[in-house]
Design a protein around this ligand. Structure first.
Ligand code: NAD
Length: 694
């Protein structure tokens, strides 16, 4: 079966792209289109050519499955196909429906005219993968819609309804009725007119020098760590300053350079990792899923409220249960306050806020939630409290409902074991603020049913979260790893780096928030409780410096008490370093007989990040995470890990695992060296010259 079809309607040849589901520019498609195109050129009766897509879209761009395979560059490559179309002596009209994105939009721009359904989406999203449109997009789009608008669209990687570009040479006309009929009529109308190629238009911009300088300054500030935006500006500037063919060359050079950057590889890794995370090897597509229409949340605190918002945000009704009316009122007041802030920022209408709030119904009896399909428990982090709640759920809620716990650290298997139907119990670990953070760790207990797991993965998608499957252990994937990261931060502080230096070094490296600011946000008391428990469980391994406990002993729990490691002015989240804490840390070092020394920013980053990497390897070895890329997705979407470093395991791959291990072995000889023994799995990969992500 060919990936494109050919038909002639009077004097118009129609070439239909047919490479389901998205008509990507796969090699078979490029070959078929070019062959039909040559037939059309050779046919004396054909005066014009229409290019149209079948199925859901005109063309969604490059075929990702061919990335890094010989097929990607096999003749005709996309640029050769587009050059042939552009050079056609017969007019070519692209007829766009669904979407024309990336190479698909570039294909349309290489045609002489474009007609589209009003709601068709067009765009050049390459920047999101750290590259630039490499098939003429940076040269043709500015010629079609103006330099300013063109650059803005390419830098944003946005998808724009064709209607918005109608009347510019980018979209000559929108077609209200049948697209193919409309396109043929349009092709008939333009026959005999001189050919109009976008390459022949002159891209103009007032005060080019000032315009591009301002664009560069803005991009440098807003896209730190990502080289693509600056290269895109270079390419668009070339469209203004150079003849078309030289502009194309400049675009190509920029593309080739970007494709090889770590930032672009990291973005592509993240793109695939996110899709991969949804796949669970032993859960086939035909596993029965429960139909989730109604949800109850138990516990209307910080997390319960945020989780309720996640469901209300996508139009799903939620019942919110707490012990007292006061707790419910407080929870609902916070939900309203959060929504009102979004309304104030102009990102939500008052009507939509009212609708969402109305979807959240406070209830006070378990009998009120008897008929829901899914319960998410978010009560205090104590096993006895949670067991008591699950006993009530067991008794009151229909047996087909799934029961989920939002515990951060407790044993999901133990909790499930205390219920009548452990197979319906699962962990759903949201991240704070639950209505904002994209990560949802889905904890698969020993007895969790496939139905419960498959259902929760779908629920994650419905509420716009990235579901990452974890097995049961203390801290699951994310928090178990963060433990080792924080431990290094504590040690660094007592050895010589003040907390603000540790935070600054990691933030300069790209972390959204340094470890001490992060702890102040989460609440120092939470970490304190966990340290107490872990010290009791495993005194030999669970070593933490006591200076942090002293911060807690002062009642400094972080943002919520106005002071933690930093000070916070009332109503502000801005962290101000506090000389009192600096002195506390310095005194502590003295007390334990440790001579403070200067610590470099490089050492701070190396120790904190490599600590994450080592624990990641251990987690993979134990089967807590399914794959290295799942760990990266968890860190990118839940812990503010910089996208341009691709996640802990991707970053370690770019450093080289042998070098990572050698560095760990060096630290193993130093203070607290017991934490630097390379995980056996990491040592094995490094010795074999392998990577986490092959
Ligand atoms: P919170 O103290 O803000 O809220 C707990 C709520 O549960 C309170 O409203 C309380 O009245 C209610 N509650 C307690 N016992 C109850 C019972 N028997 N029946 C009904 N309601 C009851 O706590 P939180 O920060 O929202 O944490 C809740 C859970 O989420 C914990 O397991 C915690 O470990 C987990 N978690 C917290 C965070 C975070 O950053 N805060 C992140 C991820 C997971």
């Amino acid at each position: 079966m060919s990936a494109a079809h050919y038909a002639v309607h009077d004097s118009v040849a129609v070439i239909t792209l047919d490479n389901p589901p998205m008509n990507t520019l796969a090699h078979v498609m490029r070959e078929a289109v070019l062959a039909h195109f040559q037939t059309a050129l050779a046919a004396a009766n054909v005066k014009a050519i229409v290019l149209i897509g079948s199925g859901r879209a005109f063309c969604s761009g490059a075929e990702v499955r061919e990335f890094n395979t010989p097929k990607a560059a096999a003749a005709p490559n996309t640029r050769e196909l587009l050059a042939a179309i552009d050079a056609s002596p017969k007019p070519v009209v692209a007829a766009i429906h669904g979407f024309a994105l990336g190479g698909g939009f570039e294909l349309a721009l290489a045609c002489h005219h474009r007609v589209a359904k009003e709601d068709a989406l067009v765009g050049l999203p390459e920047v999101k993968l750290g590259i630039l449109p490499g098939a003429g997009g940076t040269q043709r789009l500015p010629r079609a819609i103006g330099v300013e608008r063109g650059l803005e669209m390419i830098l944003a990687g946005s998808q724009v309804p064709a209607q918005q570009l109608a009347g510019t040479p980018a979209i000559d006309s929108t077609i209200p009725g049948d697209l193919q009929e409309g396109a043929i009529a349009y092709a008939n109308k333009i026959q005999g007119q001189p050919l109009r190629r976008l390459r022949d238009l002159v891209p103009t911009v007032a005060n080019a020098e000032t315009f591009f300088a301002a664009a560069r300054a803005k991009a440098a500030k807003e896209s730190k760590g990502f080289p693509a935006p600056l290269k895109i500006i270079d390419a668009v500037e070339a469209s203004v300053k150079l003849p078309f063919d030289e502009g194309i060359k400049a675009e190509r050079e920029g593309f080739m350079l970007l494709v090889e950057t770590t930032a672009s590889k990291a973005l592509r890794h993240a793109f695939f990792a996110e899709r991969q995370a949804a796949k669970i090897p032993d859960i086939a597509d035909d596993v029965t899923q429960a139909d989730i229409r109604s949800i109850a949340i138990v516990g209307a605190g910080t997390m319960g409220g945020g989780i309720a918002m996640c469901f209300a945000n996508v139009g799903m009704p939620v019942k919110l249960l707490d012990m007292t009316t006061e707790a419910l009122d407080r929870g609902l007041a916070i939900i309203r306050k959060n929504y009102a802030a979004t309304v104030q920022r102009g990102r939500l209408s008052q009507a939509e806020m009212d609708h969402r709030v109305a979807l959240i119904r406070p209830v006070s009896q378990y009998a009120d939630i008897a008929d829901v399909d899914l319960v998410i428990e978010a009560v205090y982090e104590r096993m006895d409290v949670k067991k008591a709640v699950f006993a009530q759920l067991d008794a009151a809620v229909k047996s087909s409902a799934i029961l989920a716990t939002n515990t951060s650290t407790l044993d999901v298997d133990e909790l499930a074991g205390s219920t009548k139907h452990p197979s319906r119990v699962i962990g759903t670990h949201f991240f704070s603020p639950a209505n904002v953070m994209r990560l949802l760790e889905i904890v698969r207990g020993k007895q969790t049913s496939k139905t419960a797991l498959a259902t929760l993965m779908s629920v994650a998608k419905r509420i716009k979260k990235v579901g990452v499957v974890a097995r049961v252990c203390d801290g699951f994937i994310g928090n178990r790893m963060v433990e080792e990261y924080l431990r290094q931060a504590y040690f660094l502080a007592e050895e010589g780096a003040l907390p603000q230096q540790v935070d600054q070094a990691l933030e300069d490296w790209g972390m959204a928030m340094g470890p001490f600011r992060m702890m102040d946000l989460a609440g120092q008391d939470i970490g304190f409780e966990i340290r107490k428990r872990r010290r009791a469980e495993d005194p030999a391994r669970q070593i933490y410096p006591a200076w942090l406990d002293r911060v807690c002993a002062l009642g400094r729990y972080g943002q919520k008490t106005g002071a933690g490691i930093y000070r916070y002015e009332p109503g502000s989240r801005g962290a101000t370093p506090d000389p009192l804490i600096d002195q506390l840390v310095i005194d502590y070092s003295k007390e334990i007989g440790l001579a403070r020394k200067a610590v470099s920013d490089g050492e701070i980053v190396e120790r904190c990040i490599f600590a994450l990497v080592n624990e990641a390897a251990q987690i993979l070895d134990e089967g807590i995470a399914l794959r290295a890329s799942d760990i990266d997705i968890a860190y990118l979407t839940g812990y503010g890990f910089p996208l341009y470093h691709g996640g802990p395991t991707f970053y370690a791959d770019t450093v080289g695992l042998a070098k990572v291990v050698a560095t760990m072995e060096r630290y193993a000889k130093g203070r607290n060296g017991q934490f630097w023994k390379p995980a056996p799995y990491l040592a094995k990969l490094a010795a074999a010259g392998q990577r986490f992500n092959s």
